[in-house]
Design a protein around this ligand. Structure first.
Ligand SMILES: [Zn+2]
Length: 545
């Protein structure tokens, strides 16, 4: 069992925005952050994260809770598993009541990495290759380049140092095949890969024996998910924030060489395209993104796809393409740092890059082809923000040499404002409730004055405020930005209005109600009239019916 104090300590050190932003793309919105809800399909964000309250809530499907709840729901973990995951993500140690609960030994990865690094020093083939690519001693150390020996050597290393082999399998260091245990990396130059929290999560490896698979990565494990990771991010992170720039390239060697030449915001995808799963990571710090891809067919197609995705996500930045089979690593090796500087300082912005790419596919001197180009460019344009649609309408028209009104934009702004169906009554009542939730001490004074029956539409919510103010379902009110949080004076005013309306209605109802006897009725009417009189004087009367 994890010790209670340990859990408390963890909770006190968590930041829900930081945690959720490792899984979702969150954008600042007023005092809160917004994202598209991962728990129901949506394209306009109604998932709100509050740093002040350390909670999240989705206005679309109603899910909500704290950071631990999010981990449980998102990663499908039990409570203790979510706690452990959060602790490891945040480098926080947990203490256990029962010492028998052993945690998986992540250190195996780090130790095997050190073992491989030592072997590299004595492996001439590896060293020759690395030297031939122009990688310096400093870079070898910085990027912890290593050498994975023949399979048996890795197995022996683990066995003779008494590592838990099951853990080594779970972490993707070795595997169990028909012929017994074997190493995942055999006679390869190794590049350790780190997660965002600076902990090692796996390896990339390049063959030095001409193996068919030039590069391999660790298999998918609990800690290694290649479609979310970026090689070199942990080393580039600080500079990404500082320089407000992030260079995405295609290979490990590009990253290493770019860093070596001072372009230390470079990272690379792990043999995959840039995917939606990468976006939360590259959104961090809102840097300008530079896609640095090869000019071959695969590189161009990858750059186009990424450019579409990033422009639709309203990322700033652009694309640079390296022509003639020369990649950034080669340019650094050839001492072309100045040239690289120039290239990186003038990337082609995502939107014009994408439009050019679309139009260049067609032979636009041919009217039928031109029509197709227009249709495809138009479809893309419509997927952008209204502002960018207006901006780039002209660009498409010029490129195709047509009149601007031939390019159509998307006028039906389908961005549904949250709770557009709230009535005036809803808003009036919910704002009062929100103002109490924001400052629960107000409840004391309100308690005397307001009865739940005064709420026409939101009686249940007010009941909850009275009886269970921390109930998660109230988060939809707290986090709804359409609802105002009144100051004290305004709250008084609104309460006066609420009460006045309530007592006026009551007066009418009672006047026509035949179930009271005469005395009772006269008494009630007198009370209500007196209350209304007081309210007109601006006094909030205690509830006395
Ligand atoms: Zn939702």
């Amino acid at each position: 069992m994890i010790k209670k104090e340990s859990i408390e300590n963890l909770k006190n050190n968590l930041d829900i925005v930081d945690i959720i932003s490792q899984f979702l793309e969150v954008k600042k919105s007023g005092a809160n952050f917004k994202a598209c809800c991962p728990f129901h399909g949506e394209s306009t964000p109604s998932f709100v994260v509050s740093p002040a309250k350390q909670i999240y809530h989705c206005f679309g499907c109603g899910v909500g809770g704290d950071a631990i709840k999010f981990m449980m729901e998102y990663e499908k973990l039990s409570y203790p598993e979510a706690i452990e995951k959060l602790a490891s993500m945040n480098n926080i140690n947990l203490e256990y009541d029962n010492v028998n609960t052993k945690k998986q030994d992540i250190r195996i990865l780090e130790d095997v990495n050190k073992f491989y690094q030592k072997l590299f020093v004595n492996n001439n083939t590896s060293k020759e290759y690395i030297n031939s690519r122009g990688i310096s001693e400093f870079s070898i150390e910085k990027f912890e380049i290593g050498y994975a020996p023949v399979s048996g050597d890795t197995i022996n290393y683990l066995k003779s140092n008494h590592y838990n082999l099951t853990d080594a399998i779970d972490l993707g260091v070795i595997d169990n095949g028909t012929n017994g245990l074997y190493s995942r990396f055999i006679e390869r130059i190794t590049f350790p890969i780190y997660g965002i929290n600076g902990k090692m999560v796996g390896f990339g490896g390049r063959t030095i024996t001409g193996h068919n698979a030039k590069y391999v990565n660790s298999p998918q494990t609990k800690v290694f998910n290649k479609s979310k990771l970026l090689y070199g991010y942990h080393l580039a992170k600080e500079q990404i924030y500082k320089k407000n720039q992030l260079i995405v390239c295609e290979g490990y060697l590009d990253v290493i060489m770019l860093h070596q030449a001072g372009f230390n915001t470079a990272v690379a995808t792990l043999g995959t395209a840039l995917t939606k799963d990468h976006l939360p990571l590259i959104r961090r710090g809102e840097p300008k993104i530079i896609l640095a891809y090869d000019g071959d067919k695969a590189g161009l197609a990858a750059a186009f796809k990424a450019s579409v995705m990033l422009s639709q996500g309203e990322f700033e930045g652009g694309v640079v393409i390296f022509e003639d089979g020369i990649d950034p690593a080669d340019m650094v090796k050839d001492g072309k740092t100045e040239e690289l500087n120039k290239i990186f300082s003038s990337p082609q912005a995502f939107i014009p890059y994408t439009i050019d790419y679309i139009i260049e596919k067609y032979e636009i001197n041919n009217p039928a082809q031109k029509q197709k180009a227009l249709t495809e460019a138009n479809d893309y344009l419509k997927s952008l923000s209204p502002l960018n649609q207006d901006e780039y309408k002209r660009y498409i028209a010029q490129k195709l040499n047509i009149r601007e009104n031939r390019v159509s934009v998307n006028n039906d702004v389908s961005q549904r404002p949250i709770d557009s169906n709230l009535t005036k009554i809803d808003i009036a009542e919910l704002c009062i409730i929100k103002s109490i939730l924001e400052k629960p001490s107000r409840l004391d004074s309100v308690l005397d004055i307001v009865d739940a029956s005064m709420f026409e539409a939101h009686k249940n919510e007010f009941d909850l405020v009275l009886n269970d103010i921390n109930n998660n379902s109230l988060n939809s009110i707290t986090l709804n930005e359409k609802l105002e949080n009144y100051d004290d004076d305004r709250l008084n005013q609104e309460l006066l209005t609420l009460l006045y309306k309530f007592y006026s209605n009551k007066l009418t109802v009672i006047s026509y109600d035949k179930s009271y006897d005469f005395r009772e009725k006269a008494n009630l009417i007198r009370k209500i009239k007196d209350n209304i009189y007081q309210l007109k004087l601006g006094k909030l009367v205690s509830y006395n019916l």
